[in-house]
Ligand binder design. Structure first.
Ligand code: COA
Length: 178
């Protein structure tokens, strides 16, 4: 679907699909890693790893263990979101991940896509719980998550995330239905 950013740029939001080249996701993730922001990954990936990641993710989607969305600006991947089921007896718990490329943040895309992801996850994965983890210093992300309904803090791991030599708490937030 077409989505118009607050600055007028037109973005195409699509389900994660085999037609998007692994090289585009590679460029996207490596740019986030180079930014050194609040994400778990800290080592650049190479194409072979990204091809495997894409294959595994498509397999998980096929098995109804995962749903994913991407946003394209032209051919360029500028956002990637997923909701993924935990294994075994935890499988009714679904965790979400969200990332928007630099230059495309603050224009409404994260909110639009996270709301879409939640709807898709409910429809396809029928979870008991939808949650996510976020670093306690990540003010924009926490504001977004609260706005869409992740209002209950169900976990705090103290000094969990190392960022620029400093240890920061990690929070687990639960989606609370209104
Ligand atoms: C966090 C992130 C996903 C937000 O996406 P976004 O597209 O920039 O957010 P939106 O423009 O849709 O904003 C939606 C809401 O989020 C909050 N928000 C977004 N940017 C913010 C900022 N810089 N400061 C405070 N709140 C902010 C606001 O509540 C905003 O609603 P409002 O416009 O009514 O004020 C995006 O900044 C991002 O990808 N950051 C880098 C990766 C990352 O940190 N991912 C999360 C890891 S847990």
């Amino acid at each position: 679907m077409k989505f118009i950013l607050k600055d007028g740029r037109i973005i195409n939001i699509v389900p994660f699909n085999p037609q998007i080249p692994a090289s585009e996701f590679l460029r996207f993730i490596n740019r986030l890693i180079d930014e050194d922001i609040y994400i778990m990954h800290n080592t650049r990936y190479v194409l072979s790893q990204e091809i495997k990641w894409k294959r595994d993710k498509l397999a998980a989607i096929k098995k109804n263990n995962c749903v994913g969305l991407a946003a394209l600006y032209g051919r360029r991947v500028i956002a990637s979101l997923e909701a993924r089921r935990e294994p075994g007896n935890l499988s009714d718990n679904v965790s979400c991940g969200v990332a928007i490329a630099k230059g495309f943040r603050g224009f409404g895309l994260g909110e639009k896509m996270l709301r879409m992801l939640i709807s898709l996850a409910k429809e396809k994965l029928h979870p008991k719980n939808i949650y996510l983890t976020v670093i306690a210093d990540n003010t924009p992300a926490i504001a977004l998550y609260k706005k869409v309904g992740f209002t209950k803090i169900i976990g705090r791991y103290p000094n969990w995330f190392k960022h620029k030599g400093k240890y920061i708490d990690s929070l687990t937030l639960l989606l609370v239905e209104k």
